[in-house]
Design a protein around this ligand. Structure first.
Ligand code: URP
Ligand code: ZN
Ligand code: ZN
Length: 464
């Protein structure tokens, strides 16, 4: 298949120019003006932005969690992602405590193989680090191409590891060139506050928020940065939400340390006032919770300062009926929120369109930095000769409204219902094939490919 995209305005993390792109097979073959190549398909991108496909490095598809499963599977989740311009996602394999990493990986392969529409990879979540887990690390990195390991400093009794395990894991991962992702909140403090609120009969979704105050995240983020500095292991804090946590990362820069930071679109756009409604607040029960206005401002500033490197989603959708599992007790509400489809459009409309970030910054935090940090650049995350033809063609002026009645995620509500956006996905290509055109998905399940990743020293090249 040969495709030409003509007359688009090409935006990468560093460039902004007009040209044609000629694609042969899965790769970008030539970029230039007035190309006279013959193609099977021509796309007129006049007046449109042509950008690398989005990469969302934090999603949970078909994940067993809190007594249920997240409601998007690999097919529905990656298809919804494509509708929103995201051509690749990174999901999390969760080790079961007492079992091996390999057995968890086999289970996740069983659910994902042959089902994804868009491209995907895995982080490996280590929930039980011991002598036998340690022996598996090298093989997971070198043979499976899974170069990032997730750790939880919270979810006590289920996923949390202690600092002893964290240090041991960091040393082993560093030895083999990998990276540690972390959910950085103080699990013991949160566990105490949840128990306290429950014993006082404070059971509404508001108490989910009040059980995870800012200090729990600031403390754990600082502690994680210190452990990463001590071991010399590269670190990446997922879903960072607040000023205190970002200041802990800022402090680490004073000793010339680079801790990568991800925030998620909801922490930039929504705030904790949403917990002040009755059970409706369950739609926003996620961990960490939404924060205050001052935290949103800090995160937008952090993106500009280059402290926040990635905007992801932590897409972890549950149907309303699943959320009702916690009707009488906030601690039983499955944690998570749906956003895989709208991350790029929300970030463009609220970020670029409102003058908070530049177009180049948009591409950087929505695609390029994830590719660099997680060892996929330049195959993914940019528009360059030889890169995968993962391309988003975007109308920066088209207006539209978000609604659960028109979205493609397998979830029966939208956290952004009725929100009016400026800027819309028009056409998406994944490895040279048209994935989205005219609002329809043109790819079948099974087209999505598992992406093996390189060890991540190239993450040092993160822009910003
Ligand atoms: O509420 C959340 N974030 N659910 C997914 C699991 C996690 O902590 O990322
Ligand atoms: Zn988390
Ligand atoms: Zn998550």
């Amino acid at each position: 298949m040969r495709t030409i995209i003509r007359n688009g305005r090409i935006i990468t993390a560093s460039d902004d120019y007009s040209a044609d792109i000629y694609i042969e097979g899965e790769k970008i073959h030539t970029i230039g003006t007035n190309l006279n190549m013959v193609a099977d398909k021509e796309i007129d991108a006049h007046g449109l932005l042509v950008m690398p496909g989005g990469i969302d490095p934090h999603v949970h598809l078909d994940m067993p969690f809190m007594g249920t499963y997240s409601s998007d599977n690999y097919e529905t989740g990656t298809r919804a992602a494509l509708h929103g311009g995201t051509t690749m996602v990174i999901d999390f394999v969760l080790q079961t405590q007492g079992k091996s990493l390999q057995s968890a990986l086999d289970e996740w392969k069983g659910r994902s193989n042959g089902n994804a529409v868009g491209d995907y990879s895995f982080h490996m979540a280590v929930t039980d680090f011991n002598e036998s887990t340690k022996k598996e690390i090298a093989q997971i990195i070198l043979e499976e191409g899974i170069t990032s390991f997730k750790t939880f400093m919270a979810y006590k009794g289920a996923l949390m590891i202690d600092d002893r395990q964290m240090i041991g894991l960091m040393q082993e991962v560093k030895k083999h060139g990998g990276l540690i992702n972390v959910h950085a909140t103080n699990g013991d403090m949160i566990d105490y506050l949840i128990a306290k609120h429950r014993s006082e009969g404070k059971l509404s979704p508001l108490y989910h928020y009040l059980s995870q105050p800012e200090v729990t995240e600031a403390e754990a983020s600082g502690r994680f940065a210190d452990m990463a500095d001590y071991t010399g292991c590269r670190g990446y804090i997922v879903h960072l939400t607040c000023e205190g946590a970002l200041n802990a990362v800022r402090n680490s820069t004073k000793r010339n340390q680079h801790v990568h930071v991800e925030t998620c679109i909801q922490y930039l756009l929504l705030d904790a006032s949403l917990y002040e409604q009755n059970f409706e607040g369950a739609k926003y029960v996620m961990s960490p919770p939404l924060r205050k206005e001052k935290d949103r401002e800090t995160l937008w500033a952090g993106i500009k300062q280059g402290l926040v490197n990635v905007v992801a989603t932590d897409h972890c959708p549950f149907m309303w009926e699943q959320k009702l599992m916690g009707k009488d007790d906030f601690s039983k509400i499955p944690n998570g929120h749906p956003a895989i489809e709208h991350r790029m459009e929300l970030l463009f409309s609220e970020g670029v369109n409102k003058g908070r970030i530049s177009l180049n910054k948009f591409v950087e935090v929505a695609s390029t930095n994830a590719a660099m940090i997680f060892g996929m650049f330049p195959a993914k995350g940019t528009i360059a000769v030889g890169s995968d033809a993962d391309i988003l063609i975007f109308d920066p002026n088209e207006k539209h409204t978000i609604s659960a009645s028109s979205h493609h995620m397998n979830v029966d509500y939208s956290a952004y219902e009725g929100m009016e956006l400026i800027g819309k996905v028009k056409t998406v290509l994944l490895r040279g094939q048209v994935a989205i055109e005219g609002g329809e998905c043109k790819l079948e399940k099974g087209y999505g490919r598992f992406v093996k990743r390189k060890t991540t020293s190239s993450g040092d090249r993160v822009i910003g």
